[in-house]
Design a protein around this ligand. Structure first.
Ligand code: AHG
Ligand code: MN
Ligand code: MN
Ligand code: MN
Length: 338
């Protein structure tokens, strides 16, 4: 392996700490804890098929989904790592019914931040050796420091996020994150357990030619989405259409590819799922924050994802996210068909 002289994630965090709004070092330590948990989960994901970590765990989560063993494993590792380091005052996860209150040793709830996460995204891909991910979202608490966290600390609109990111366990493992100053991607060198800055200042191409949607649900899509899909498939040489259809079924992986190549990811409401499938707090808000920081856009078809006021922890929303021009075009079709 050629030696990598790029900046490491550790060095990057220290150098950029000064740019953070609050410079107590707490956010840096929190991101450090996440990168550590991600390494542990990565190690386990890589062994899937060798150890007893594939398949269903036997339970369903509050969303009514079958939990996979790796969903449970990743959830436990992230929660344990964050609790042991007493680095956050609360955690909400796709896999937990309710939020977790973390009290420090002196029961003072001294930390500023709450973390919301999708510990393992793309569960259905684990057993077939296809990329999965982890998504995280960080907010500053609203309730007073010293008091236990409250539900309102978690139900903040996405535009209040302090940081957000994802880990993609792919052909290589990457951690991609933003603290509101652009998006940077770090690749893990598994031999030495260090992440290197491999993708500085990531940007969505303004336009693209990839559309990602589960077309198996076509008959249940709203008319605006059907019309937009037709537009994607129509011949138009100047506009590089027909577009290419690519759908992995892991939001993180579909998003990551589209951010690098230019594209749009859509999970609309359907006749069966009136708010779509993806969770606002664990999936849409963090990905929307990253998308916007990379010059892309994220919408529920009509409005900016980051401006939605959440009312429930496990709330779902329709999601259209990717290259700016493509999301705007999809919104145009949605508005026309309304
Ligand atoms: P999760 O594995 O965290 O429950 O998320 C799965 C999500 C998302 O990653 C993916 O894009 C989408 O569900 C796929 O859904 P369909 O199988 O309905 O297309
Ligand atoms: Mn799930
Ligand atoms: Mn998910
Ligand atoms: Mn998940």
């Amino acid at each position: 392996m050629t030696p990598n002289t790029n900046q490491t994630l550790g060095e990057f965090i220290i150098e950029h700490e000064k740019a953070f709004k609050y410079t107590s070092g707490e956010l840096s330590r929190l991101i450090n804890s996440i990168r550590l948990a991600a390494k542990v989960v990565n190690h386990e994901v890589n062994k899937a098929g060798l150890v007893d970590i594939t398949g269903k765990a036997g339970d369903t989560n509050i969303q009514g989904e079958d939990q996979q063993k790796l969903d449970v494993y990743a959830n436990n590792r992230f929660i344990e790592t964050l609790i042991n380091r007493e680095i956050v005052c609360g955690i909400a996860s796709e896999e937990n019914d309710d939020y977790i209150t973390i009290q420090g040793q002196n029961k003072a709830h001294d930390n500023k931040y709450v973390v919301l996460m999708d510990p393992l995204d793309g569960s259905s891909n684990i057993d077939v050796n296809v990329s999965v991910g982890t998504i995280f979202s960080i907010y500053r608490r609203k309730s007073p420091i010293g008091e236990p966290v409250e539900i309102d600390d978690f139900l903040q609109p996405g535009n209040q996020q302090v940081a957000a990111g994802y880990i993609i366990y792919g052909t290589s493992t990457m951690l991609v994150y933003t603290t509101g100053h652009g998006v940077n991607g770090f690749t893990l060198n598994p031999a030495i357990g260090t992440y290197y800055l491999s993708h500085p200042d990531m940007k969505f191409p303004d336009d693209g030619n990839i559309y990602s949607i589960n077309e198996g649900n076509y008959v249940h899509f709203p008319q605006g989405v059907k019309d937009y899909i037709k537009y994607c498939q129509e011949e138009c040489e100047e506009e590089n259409r027909p577009y290419t259809s690519r759908y992995i079924g892991s939001l993180v992986s579909d998003f990551h590819r589209n951010m690098i190549k230019g594209g749009i990811y859509m999970y609309p409401n359907t006749a069966k799922a009136k708010n779509g499938k993806l969770r606002l707090l664990y999936e849409c808000n963090p990905m929307a924050f990253i998308a916007e920081q990379a010059g892309g856009e994220a919408s529920d078809g009509y409005q900016r994802i980051l401006d939605i006021n959440p009312t429930e922890l496990h709330q779902r929303v329709p999601f259209f996210c990717g290259s700016k021009k493509m999301v705007e075009k999809a919104e145009e079709f949605m508005a026309k068909a309304k």
